[in-house]
Write a protein that binds this ligand. Sequence first.
Ligand code: NAP
Length: 318
Amino acid sequence: MKRVLLTRPLPDRVVEAARTHFEVELRDDPAPLKLGQMRGALALYDGVLPTLGDMFSAEVFADAENPRCKILANFGVGYNHIDAAAARGAGISVTNTPGAVTDATADIAMTLILMSARRAGEGERMVRAGKWPGWNPTQMLGLHVSGKTVGIIGMGRIGQAIAQRCHYGFGMDVIYYNRSPKPMEFPARQVESLEALAAQADIVVVAVPGGAETHHIVGSSVFEAMKPSGHFVNIARGDVVNEAALIAALQAGAFAGAGLDVYEKEPIVPEALKAMENVTLLPHLGTAALEVREAMGLMAVENLRAFFAGEIPPNLVN
Ligand code: NAP
């Protein structure tokens, strides 16, 4: 039986599924693996099921000469914490869990759109602090989202699921910025630049993968182009956005508010963001629902099973 390491506690169903196929080592620590632990994992196990925060950088693979580990079956669609090219160089396959995460992550985007536009975090804090003076007609006026324009950066699975919700649920116009054209069943117009998207959208949503190619593609030029009444939402990865530029733009009042699920240096959230009432901060909740985490885990286990059965794993990325 192949030896497989699960790098974090996972839902019971996932662990049970893994145990039907492999000799499983379950790491009972919710914190990411440290460098030495990753090196050890490559040497001691046939396969590893890592996740966000387990930073399998080129450095980790550089030291691994003919590692025992042949597959990293990532738990999650985003795998920018794994240098997939360096893994391939070391003879290690990498897989991810696309699709299982799509609807839940799109739902968190909608949560942030509504919370930011309708000032929900600020209002909730006011109520809890006992500072609500009572309803009045001009209190806490936010942005009415119905019929507005959403601009989506990265029109992949999650971007399209957000677009659907915005179009069918809120009657919004959809514009998007993406590497390739994405024909949709409803009107959605591709724009040529991030700045053009920012200038036309009432709500800008980032849904593009993280990694070297998209590092800081959203920065001051995008924030300066946004409407003063606009809202900015990031549910993708923190490194896509220049966080310092985001803070500066918010402090300058360049646009109305922001909703964030991800950060550049998670779990560090800059004090400057916490200090602003018009910023909604979630702790990377995109896929945080039991059935979604089960589906992700079962998908990762299936990738491992297929790989060790000599098949091409369904979600190979390198
Ligand atoms: P996906 O289906 O691969 O979609 C990514 C989209 O981004 C594709 O349409 C792709 O264009 C586009 N793209 C990639 N690089 C680009 C670039 N340099 N410029 C312009 N467009 C580019 O991925 P997904 O399943 O929607 O997931 C997207 C990301 O969401 C994940 O990678 C992950 O980091 C993040 N995520 C976050 C959470 C959370 O908990 N907050 C949960 C799940 C996922 P092409 O179609 O032309 O390739």
